[in-house]
Structure formats: structure tokens, C-alpha cells
Design a protein around this ligand. Structure first.
Ligand code: ADP
Ligand code: ASP
Ligand code: MG
Length: 406
């Protein structure tokens, strides 16, 4: 019998009527003769509410306790969905992550799944049950509850699909597929029929929150066919899979953006070996991830060194630089946390020149100043002022004619 893993996100289980709607979808799948394992998120807004509770009682919430708290959001929805299914006459049983053997490492609040023991799920399927599993949570070898990072239910679903060798993993959400860019920013964005793992991974890493990065990594690694589709309307959504040879590919598949960026500049440091590591080692030691890095050398043999970090880490990074300013021999430290990153993604870039110049020209025509640039084989990213985000995305969408199918 065909086996599908369904995942329903926060909006899709946002209230009890929506949970009943999800139950109907599952029952339809069963009527087609499919076995179904379902992963659900917490109701929309619930995880944020729990984070706020924690912050209200402890300045920097203890990660272990935070995970105990955050994992409760999903426990509510698994029980309600199992009840909704039973109410409609469909045998169903709910399980938390630990009950169903989702083993993770012990990095609280962003744990990685290490192993899944599928025995219990398989036994329930064999009994004819729909198995409803809590997303976003795991358990360490010591028996402590963990969570998998925001958006982590996607990863639970893909990991279960891989472990169970499911035919497909269906990610049901509030959009009907993966679009050329976030339709909330560019309403003319076009839904993609297919996208490669490689491009989706790039889109997710560069800020498209439609899928958690790790879920795409996992799907690529274990070759789990992954589909993003709407829980509210019918359709085939977008299939994420390995590239098919011989199929003509669009030059650019999409535009991703990230609002969570901030940049820091150390001005006038002596231009000599070792200075970059002197600047960045203390940043790395504070567990701050650095994204883009640019260094310009002036005629007076001093250098300006600029790098970007997550906005949450901005104040901490600034503090570290200011403390080290004297030792680095720097003239001044400057920072800006009102910047964003906009990226063009497409495997077609590999074989085409001139994408970057076209991108820069389109932005220049709108008077958008580019503050930083970085490129790789299948993406070009620019950092621009936050106020230009929407304009930059729409301008590029237009310039590369993404509303039209290739
Ligand atoms: P869920 O709660 O179901 O996990 P998310 O909010 O995590 O849903 O992801 C769906 C949202 O992702 C959409 O509402 C959309 O605004 C956003 N999004 C960002 N980039 C894209 C994109 N390229 N295509 C589709 N949706 C996107
Ligand atoms: N509830 C979690 C979150 O809001 C996990 C998820 O929805 O995927 O991040
Ligand atoms: Mg999500």
C-alpha cells in the first residue's frame, strides 16, 4: 500500500474548524487506499506565545526548560487531530516525538534528529490507524525533550518519510506551492511546478521560510520526494526533486530575501596578515555566525573590514568589536541593523554570463544602492537598505520576467 507522510503547518491547524478540515483531507487520502502518517505543528501563534511566556519569567530562558515548554504546542494539536479523525469514524492515534522514538542530539532549541525508531509507527499502521505525530520535537539519549529549531515540523515530516521509506512527503501549508518569490511581497509571483533540491536549499538558506533548511537537506540526502501544497485548496503544488536531464531550465528560479540581517564595519585596521582572524575569532567564540565578509584596502594601507550577522546577534557582535577596537588598532567601529539581503537563485546561472550585471543595472535604475555583494555558482546576493526590500524584490522579479514561465 502506498504510504504518504502529510505535514500540516500552524495556519492549517490554526483553530478547531481547520483541524476538522485537515481530518477530512486525511480521510480522503485513506479512501484512495493510502496509508497516512501525519505530522502537525502547533496552532499558529502558539509557539511565539510560549516563547514570550518564557521570556517573561527568565531573562535568558534555560534551554532545557524552554524545550519542555515549546514542545507542548504540538501536543495540543496531535490530540485534537486524532480526536477529529475518530469523531469522523477514522481510526487514529497520536504520539509525541519521544513516544515515537525521534532521537536527537542534545543541542536544545535547535537539535538535530539522529535516528528514528519506526517500530511503533509501523505497528500502528499495520493495525489500520492513522498515526499523528508531534512535529518540531525529539528526545535525547538521556531522555530530555528537545526542539528542532523554528519551522522544525517540516524536518520531522521529512525525517519520518525517509525512515519509513514513504512514497512522498506532502507539506501542506497556507500557500499552494513554492513561488518565484514570497507572494506576500510580490503578488505577481508565479507558482513553480518543480524546483530542484539544490535550488530549494539555496532559497531556504537565503531566507525563504516556506521550508525549514534542514528539511530540504534531509530530503536531498535521502532522496525523499517532497511536495509543497495548500491545505485549503486542491492542486498538485510544487514538487522538489533532483533535476531531470533534458528539461529546459529557467535561468533564474526565484528570489529569496532575508530581513534578519545586520552589518558591522571596523574602519582603518592595519592591512597585515592575521587581522581578519583577529577580528572574527572572538565573534565565532561567542557563537555568532558570520555570513558575508568584505574587505577594502585604502591607499594609506589601512583596511575597512565589513561583515554581516543575524540581527539578534548585532548588539553582542558590536559589543565584542568595541571591546577589541584598541587591540585591533582600528580607527572606528560602525554598524547598521537596518539592512536586508536579496538573492537571485537559479541553476541556469552556471551556464550564463551577464546575470549579475543585469541585476545591478535593474537596481541602479531604481536608485537602490548596493552595500555588499556575494556570489556562488547558483546565486547572487546583495545587501541593501531595509526600506528598499519590497522595491528590490519587485524590480528584480520584473527585470528577469519571473512572472512568465520559461
Ligand atoms: P507553515 O506554518 O505551514 O509551516 P510557513 O509560514 O512556515 O507555513 O510557510 C509558508 C509561508 O512561506 C507562506 O505563507 C509565504 O508567505 C512564505 N514564503 C516565503 N517565500 C516563499 C516562496 N518562495 N514561495 C511560497 N511561499 C513563500
Ligand atoms: N511550532 C514550531 C514553530 O512555530 C515548529 C513548526 O511550526 O514547524 O516554529
Ligand atoms: Mg513552516
Amino acid at each position: 500500500m502506498a504510504l504518504y507522510v502529510h505535514k500540516y503547518g500552524g495556519t492549517s491547524v490554526g483553530d478547531t474548524d481547520r483541524i476538522k478540515n485537515v481530518a477530512d483531507r486525511i480521510i480522503q487520502a485513506r479512501q484512495r487506499g493510502e496509508d497516512v502518517v501525519v505530522v502537525v505543528s502547533a496552532m499558529s501563534g502558539e509557539t511565539n506565545k510560549l516563547v514570550a511566556y518564557a521570556q517573561a519569567v527568565q531573562e535568558r530562558p534555560d534551554p532545557r526548560e524552554l524545550d519542555v515548554l515549546l514542545s507542548t504546542g504540538e501536543q495540543v494539536t496531535i490530540a485534537l487531530l486524532a480526536m477529529a479523525l475518530r469523531q469522523k469514524g477514522c481510526p487514529a492515534v497520536s504520539y509525541t516525538g519521544w513516544q515515537v522514538g525521534i532521537l536527537s542530539d542534545d543541542v536544545h532549541t535547535k537539535a538535530r534528529i539522529a535516528d528514528i525508531d519506526t517500530a511503533r509507527v509501523r505497528a500502528e499502521l499495520a493495525e489500520g490507524n492513522v498515526v499523528v505525530v508531534a512535529g518540531f520535537q525529539g528526545v535525547t539519549e538521556e531522555g530530555d525533550i528537545t526542539t528542532l529549531g523554528r519551522g522544525g515540523s517540516d524536518t520531522t515530516a521529512v525525517a519520518l518519510a525517509a525512515a519509513l521509506k514513504a512514497d512522498e512527503c506532502l507539506i501542506y501549508t497556507d500557500v499552494d506551492g513554492v513561488y518565484t518569490t514570497d507572494p506576500r511581497v510580490e503578488p505577481r509571483a508565479r507558482k513553480l511546478e518543480r524546483i530542484t533540491f539544490e535550488e530549494m536549499l539555496e532559497m531556504a538558506s537565503l531566507g525563504s521560510k516556506v521550508l525549514q533548511i534542514r528539511s530540504v537537506e534531509f530530503a536531498g540526502k535521502y532522496n525523499v520526494p517532497l511536495r509543497v501544497l495548500s491545505s485549503f485548496k486542491e492542486g498538485y503544488g510544487t514538487l522538489i526533486s533532483y533535476e531531470e536531464t533534458g528539461v529546459e531550465k529557467a535561468l533564474i528560479s526565484g528570489i529569496a530575501f532575508n530581513r534578519d540581517e545586520a552589518k558591522l564595519t571596523i574602519q582603518g585596521v592595519p592591512d597585515r596578515p592575521g587581522i581578519a582572524s583577529k577580528i572574527l575569532v572572538p565573534i565565532a567564540s561567542a557563537n555568532i555566525e558570520v555570513d558575508m565578509i568584505v574587505q577594502n584596502v585604502a591607499e594609506d594601507k589601512t583596511a575597512d573590514f565589513t561583515f554581516t550577522v543575524h540581527r539578534n546577534d548585532y548588539c553582542k557582535a558590536l559589543e565584542i568589536l568595541e571591546k577589541n577596537c584598541g587591540e585591533l588598532g582600528a580607527r572606528r567601529i560602525a554598524g547598521d541593523d537596518k539592512i536586508v539581503k536579496v538573492s537571485l537563485v537559479g541553476v541556469g546561472m552556471r551556464s550564463h554570463a551577464g546575470i549579475a550585471s543585469k541585476m545591478f543595472e535593474a537596481l541602479a535604475n531604481e536608485g537602490i544602492n548596493i552595500r555588499m555583494i556575494s556570489t556562488s555558482e547558483i546565486k547572487i546576493s546583495v545587501v541593501v537598505d531595509e526600506k528598499y526590500l519590497e522595491l528590490a524584490v519587485r524590480t528584480l522579479h520584473d527585470a528577469f520576467e519571473l512572472e512568465r514561465a520559461a
